[in-house]
Design a protein. Structure first.
Length: 94
């Protein structure tokens, strides 16, 4: 699936966080988890996955068959545990 973003937002995230929204496709190509986030606007999804060896969080929405990236950041210290817990739940459900 295609990934798209707003160039102004891309430049801001790159300057503030050192992350390039253009690299978001790499996260979706690897092992990742999607969480529907009911606190966000309808249709937005939070994805946790890896960019290189670092866990990142993306917020995005499906738009015209593409993932429209709204935000990307490095995961907070506590969030890798959430990711590991999701792995364990998946393993038990097999």
């Amino acid at each position: 699936m295609r990934v798209e973003w707003d160039e102004t937002k891309r430049n801001r995230v790159l300057a503030e966080r050192g992350l390039d929204l253009a690299d978001a496709g790499e996260v979706f190509e690897g092992l990742h988890f999607d969480f529907a986030d009911e606190e966000l606007s309808a249709g937005r999804v939070t994805t946790f996955g890896f960019l290189g060896e670092r866990l990142v969080s993306l917020t995005w929405a499906l738009r015209s068959g593409s993932r429209r990236i709204h935000s990307m950041r490095y995961a907070h210290e506590r969030e890798p545990r959430r990711f590991e817990e999701a792995f364990r739940r998946m393993d038990r459900s097999r």
